[in-house]
Design a protein around this ligand. Sequence first.
Ligand SMILES: [Zn+2]
Length: 78
Amino acid sequence: MKWRCPYCRQEVEVQRLEDLPFLPFCCERCKMADLHGWLSGRYVISRPMEEGDFGDASAAEQEPPPPAAPLRGDPSEN
Ligand SMILES: [Zn+2]
């Protein structure tokens, strides 16, 4: 049967899909390239922005600084 690699669109002849070591890709290169595409955000899920996506915008702008961590080993005490 013919199998078309979803990445490079190259047709490969295989007896069974299980014969493809990098299923569903024709080779390791395509598999890694496709994976890299996902990781680098090439395939972002696009949909209309909604107000709820970022929570309360006005509250986010007024985010208080994190509480200061207590100093340990203050050199001024020596
Ligand atoms: Zn391929």
